[in-house]
Design a protein around this ligand. Structure first.
Ligand SMILES: Nc1ncnc2c1ncn2[C@@H]1O[C@H](COP(=O)(O)OP(=O)(O)OP(=O)(O)O)[C@@H](O)[C@H]1O
Length: 367
């Protein structure tokens, strides 16, 4: 296992143009901790695979270095980096049995037979392949073949990292949940550094301890699922994480007061007098529908049932807002106001979250 350092790393598939827009990966500096599970999350084309391929050695970056435990591996081949990879589609040896497929990376390294058998058994148990160990891979379903690929990716204990590129895409939806859970257990048990590429937020948030959110080649935020939910660094993170995502309302801000049209909302932090394009962000879970007269006025457009919650879509001044309401709660016709939880409000300037100063610290003799 290894810590992976990305140092001034950037990649353009057209480096001669010199244009910033041509960079599929914009400059990133970060240390990925040894033994942690990371997910690279973002929409199609945002640069996830580019970054993964630079880490695996399939691609040499235009600029910067990749270090494994402090050692520069930027020019090293994939084999020399000592990593395991699982791709979107199964890669299995059809003429071998399931067991032989799982054992292959260990046999290749001349590992002791008894240890191989013990390890293969353990991985087969964790991936649900026990009953299939003696079957030939040819003719197995795609689900089973991808389980073999996942198992083979996890079988070696001595790898620096395991990289997964959308490994559950071909898996039947009802099996996805099961495999995700098994991958998480495998990580908890074996503690490998894992990097998992996906465009599916549920996959990223359930699998990873830290999620790297990317858009247009830029790493917008690296954080725990909770940090991404509660303190999105960029409006895109607020919008992309959560279903529905964060609400955004245009505001002007002065001190700890945000003004929406002719209403004012008191904030817990003081932001001074920021300029630029300002928006107040709040998640549907922290907006309360009420009949209280001091709330902000809304007009309800429609209500959608989503299991644990109902989501009410409404118009607040000229903006659309989603409000989460507990499943059992009644929505009365006189509930035409909303209260925004001040603790959960974020202010964004030109899409980036601003850090305010807690009101009780402002004016308290600061320099
Ligand atoms: N070999 C290549 N040559 C030129 N441009 C490329 C190449 N590979 C990727 N790109 C471009 O780089 C950008 C990032 O692509 P990348 O495949 O890394 O994104 P991604 O987030 O993995 O997308 P997806 O989820 O669709 O795989 C895209 O604009 C893509 O068109």
């Amino acid at each position: 296992m290894a810590a992976i350092t990305l140092q001034n790393l950037a990649h353009s598939y057209n480096p001669d143009s010199g244009a910033d827009a041509d960079y599929a990966l914009k400059e990133v500096n970060h240390v990925w901790e040894d033994g942690k599970a990371y997910a690279l999350l973002g929409p199609s084309g945002c640069g996830k695979t580019t970054l993964l391929n630079i880490i695996s050695g399939l691609l040499t970056p235009t600029r910067g270095q990749v270090l494994f435990d402090g050692q520069d591996v930027t020019e090293a081949s994939t084999a020399d980096r000592n990593i395991a990879q699982v791709f979107q589609f199964p890669v299995v040896y059809d003429t071998m049995t399931v067991g032989e497929n799982l054992a292959f990376p260990l046999r290749n390294r001349g590992m002791d037979k008894a240890l191989i058998s013990e390890r293969v058994q353990r991985i087969a148990e964790m991936t649900g392949l026990e009953a299939d160990l003696h079957k030939r891979a040819r003719g197995l379903t795609t689900d089973l073949k991808q389980k073999i690929s996942l198992g083979r990716g996890m079988v070696r204990e001595d790898v620096n990292a395991i990289l997964f590129d959308e490994p559950l895409t071909v898996i039947d939806p009802h099996l996805k949940w099961e495999l995700r859970t098994q991958l998480k257990s495998l990580h908890q048990e074996f503690g490998h550094t894992m990097i998992y590429v996906t465009h599916d937020q549920t996959e990223a948030l359930t699998f990873a301890e830290k999620v790297v959110v990317m858009k247009d080649g830029l790493v917008l935020q690296i954080g725990t699922p909770q940090e991404l939910f509660e303190r999105p660094a960029h409006a895109f993170v607020g919008y992309f994480i959560g279903s529905p995502g964060m609400n955004f309302l245009p505001v002007t801000v002065e001190g700890n007061s945000a003004r929406l049209k002719d209403a004012a909302v008191t904030l817990t932090d003081d932001y001074g007098t920021p300029d630029g394009d300002l928006r107040l962000g709040i998640r549907p879970e922290f907006v309360r529908l009420t009949r209280q007269a001091d709330g902000l006025p809304v007009t309800i457009n429609h209500v959608q049932d989503a299991g644990r919650h109902k989501f009410v879509n409404a118009t607040l001044f000229d903006s659309e807002i989603n409000i989460a309401v507990d499943e059992g709660s009644q929505i009365g016709p006189d509930m035409t106001r909303v209260i925004l939880d001040p603790e959960k409000i974020s202010i964004f300037r030109d899409d980036w979250r601003l850090d305010g100063r807690p009101v009780d610290q402002v004016g308290g003799g600061a320099s």
